[in-house]
Design a protein around this ligand. Structure first.
Ligand code: AMZ
Length: 446
């Protein structure tokens, strides 16, 4: 949801498109900020056509997310959340805020706070652990705001920016976003305890350990068949703690009864997981309307996974992406290339890659691709289909279904070296059965 103050008419939100009116208002407020002498990177107004091209371009850059502040619907300020590029493994946990400004005619009413809070929320939901920003020393109000929101000043550059014909000082701030993260507890070198390889040029893949819930217990199915379930634990909270202690940075949770019923069914178990997890949690299964999505996002779930509605109601996915930027993931589950829904009980006539492109257009943060015939079978991922999808779409793809050994993870890693769109992998049964140890898995993927 976009951020709102108690004051009616004030909101901050991420935008992925700009209407002509929005674009003009945005250019107007940027010009006003430039003329006033601060808050934007230009010293002189650049002319309308330059600004228009600039913002149209920004909307196309995957690493830049544009956030705006509105007063009575009209854009009066903006900022960008900048994600590290995919090749920047060393700073993959850090995002930055840049071009933060509120027009002089809309200051003093709380919009700056609303805007930065919305950005913090977005960055946190995307799993970033640190948020950087820098600001010229003359922006006293902005500095005070950032400090009240927990940004710590770590340095000052005496030659920071040009303004009024002279060099101005600037301050650098960082905010920790995930207070419980292992990185923060262990210091900046925690990667070493995964036995990280010396090859720092390779990109780490994220391992998402799966917690599938059936009747309140943690289970694994074979090929998604409910009557072919192995129960691994009847304490989902303890399972969440175990995977966090093992060093995983995310949890992947599926409400299986929910996926079949079309509405959340294992609520207590999911809440137990959220209460016990020290890392972000993504949840799928049975999420079919905005109210359900919103209530889980408010209950501490970082990202929700939409499967059946991706096929049956793509407009809803689009709306969810607009309301909860960075927090909606498409779950594309395919049986021999064709997308399945409703707990995989139904198969549509849609190709996984077609749905992938539609979901990309809808604005999802990532796509989880599962080949159903492999799921729970320990025979290896469908690398061909996964790589094909990751080459087709521009959003990150998470591989799922079939990991049975370290070799399977190593094979994915090799494919991912050529296919940068592959971002991570979901592992279930092989971890529960002890065929793969968490430490080995993290080493192979890091
Ligand atoms: O194993 C299954 N039968 C199964 C499963 N794991 N059915 C659905 N799911 C998962 C999908 C996705 O994460 O992989 O549930 C989610 C989709 O649920 P829904 O209700 O949005 O279709």
């Amino acid at each position: 949801m976009s951020g709102e103050t108690g004051t009616p008419g004030l909101i901050a939100e991420r935008v992925q498109t700009l209407s002509e009116d929005d674009l003009q208002a945005l250019c107007e407020c940027v010009d006003a900020s430039i003329l006033e002498g601060g808050g934007f990177a230009w010293v002189r107004p650049q002319g309308r056509s330059v600004l228009e091209r600039y913002f149209r371009g920004i909307l196309l850059v995957p690493e830049r997310l544009l956030f705006v502040a509105r007063q009575d619907g009209i854009i009066v300020g903006s900022a960008q959340l900048v994600r590290p590029s995919r090749s920047n493994e060393a700073q993959a946990m850090t995002a930055s805020v840049t071009q933060f400004h509120i027009a002089p005619y809309a200051r003093g009413i709380g919009l700056g706070r609303l805007l930065i809070e919305e950005i913090i929320k977005g960055a946190r939901a995307m799993g970033y652990q640190f948020l950087n920003l820098d600001v010229r020393e003359s922006q006293g109000r902005a500095i005070a705001l950032f400090q009240t929101l927990g940004f710590e000043k770590w340095g000052t550059n005496p030659y920071y920016a040009l303004g009024d014909g002279q060099m101005l000082r600037g301050h650098y701030f960082v905010k920790r976003l995930q207070e419980n993260s292992r990185l923060l507890q262990n210091g900046a070198s925690s990667e070493t305890d995964h036995g990280k390889s010396a090859d720092m040029t390779a990109r780490a893949l994220t391992l998402y350990p799966a917690i599938d819930l059936k009747d309140g217990a943690c289970v694994r199915l074979r090929r998604g068949e409910m009557d072919d379930a192995t129960v691994y634990s009847d304490d989902p909270g303890a399972q969440a703690r175990a995977w966090c202690a093992a060093g995983f940075n995310w949890l992947h949770v599926v409400d299986l009864n929910g996926a079949f019923a079309g509405r959340s069914a294992n609520n207590d178990a999911v809440k137990q997981i959220v209460a016990n997890a020290k890392v972000p949690v993504q949840l799928g299964g049975g999420l079919r309307d905005l109210a359900g999505i919103e209530s889980w996002l408010e209950a501490g779930i970082s990202r929700v996974i939409l499967g059946s509605v991706a096929v049956k109601n793509p407009d809803l996915v689009k709306e969810a992406c607009r309301l909860f930027p960075g927090r909606i993931v498409a779950g594309i589950d395919a049986r021999m290339g064709l997308v399945a829904t409703e707990g995989w009980a139904e198969v549509s006539d849609m190709q996984a890659t077609d749905l992938g492109l539609r979901m990309q257009d809808a604005g999802v943060a990532a796509i989880i691709f599962t080949e159903i015939t492999r799921d729970g079978m320990l025979q290896g991922l469908d690398l061909e289909q996964t790589a094909g999808l990751a080459r087709t779409v521009s959003v990150p793809v998470i591989a799922s279904g079939g990991v049975g050994s370290l070799d399977d993870l190593a094979a994915l890693r090799r494919v991912a070296a050529d296919v940068p769109g592959i971002e991570g992998v979901i592992v279930g049964r092989a971890l529960y059965d002890g065929r793969i140890s968490p430490a080995d898995a993290l080493r192979v993927l890091s």
